[in-house]
Ligand binder design. Structure first.
Ligand code: ATR
Length: 266
């Protein structure tokens, strides 16, 4: 019997996850179905209950339900706990297991696809909202020396305080003057409104990578990074890598991501 999976969001019709998972399934010879399901804003838990009842094996969760998914999981991975958000649920008789593959997807895209080893690299994470929470633990696990900056400095400090063992520097953008970084990651939503985030010139070390978790167009952050001579990357690779990590959780198989990223770029 075909195993059923889905992505749940609202809205969700724009999601590339069904295409990505269809390509993974073709490539690895897996017999699965994967559809996009729009849950009503007040009906996320009911939608999950229905999928369980109908025998789905798992689902991905996208905006705006990642926190509700975190609350409704009966078992959580460390990455989901530290993210306080779940983007991958697996259903079995005993549990609704919640994981978060966003940070692993980001790290894999940077290290494998962009060939930048994060160990001991000076990494600046911009933002302290849900997108930033999702990636801190995997960045620390990769050995990055992390700084978190946010427009509202207190939120950056709050985010860093969840990792007392790590030496994370946290504060405002103004405090970044005179500092340089090997990797700068934009996890703010500023690009959605075409807003500029106030980074000082000289923030990029020679050969630095500027990574925007958004994809689809050049954000003001990437335009600034281009003007500073940085290497540029958008979030399309992360999107495919987080999907590959979910596919691995469900099926125990790692699909090849490079051909899928290439296909989505065309
Ligand atoms: P998400 O889940 O996408 O991360 P969020 O929780 O609303 O969304 O967080 C948005 C992030 O983008 C925050 O870090 C926010 O900064 P504040 O905490 O100060 O609000 C940041 N952000 C949004 N618009 C911004 C802008 N124009 N300049 C700088 N930071 C911005």
């Amino acid at each position: 019997m075909t195993d059923r999976y889905a992505v749940i969001g609202n809205p969700v019709s724009h999601s590339k996850s069904p295409l990505i998972h269809r390509l993974f399934a073709q490539q690895t010879g897996q017999d699965i179905s994967y559809e996009a399901i729009a849950a009503p804003l007040d009906g996320f838990a009911a939608t999950i209950a229905r999928l369980r009842r109908e025998g789905y094996k798992g689902c991905n969760i996208t905006v705006p339900f990642k926190f509700e998914a975190y609350q409704c999981a009966t078992r959580l991975s460390d990455r989901a706990t530290s993210a306080q958000a779940v983007n991958t649920l697996s259903f079995n008789a005993e549990a609704t297991a919640g994981d978060n593959t966003d940070g692993a997807g980001l790290v894999r895209d940077i290290e494998q696809n962009l060939a930048v080893n994060l160990k001991d690299k000076r990494v600046l994470l911009m933002g302290a909202g849900g997108a930033a929470y999702g990636v801190v633990l995997p960045l620390l696990t990769a050995g990055a020396a992390l700084t978190i900056a946010n427009r509202t400095a207190s939120r950056a400090i709050e985010l860093a305080s969840h990792f007392p063992q790590a030496e994370i520097r946290a504060g405002s953008y103004q405090e970044l003057a005179e500092l340089t970084f090997d990797v700068v990651i934009n996890a703010t939503s500023a690009g959605l409104t075409d807003s500029e985030v106030p980074l000082p010139p000289g923030i990029f070390a020679p050969g630095a990578l500027a990574y925007d978790m958004m994809y689809g167009r050049e954000t003001p952050f990437l335009a600034f990074a281009r003007s500073q001579g940085a290497q540029l990357a958008d979030g399309l690779g992360m999107l495919v890598e987080q999907a590959a990590e979910a596919f691995y959780i469900w099926l125990g198989i790692r699909p090849e991501t490079a051909p899928v990223i290439a296909q989505l770029r065309t």
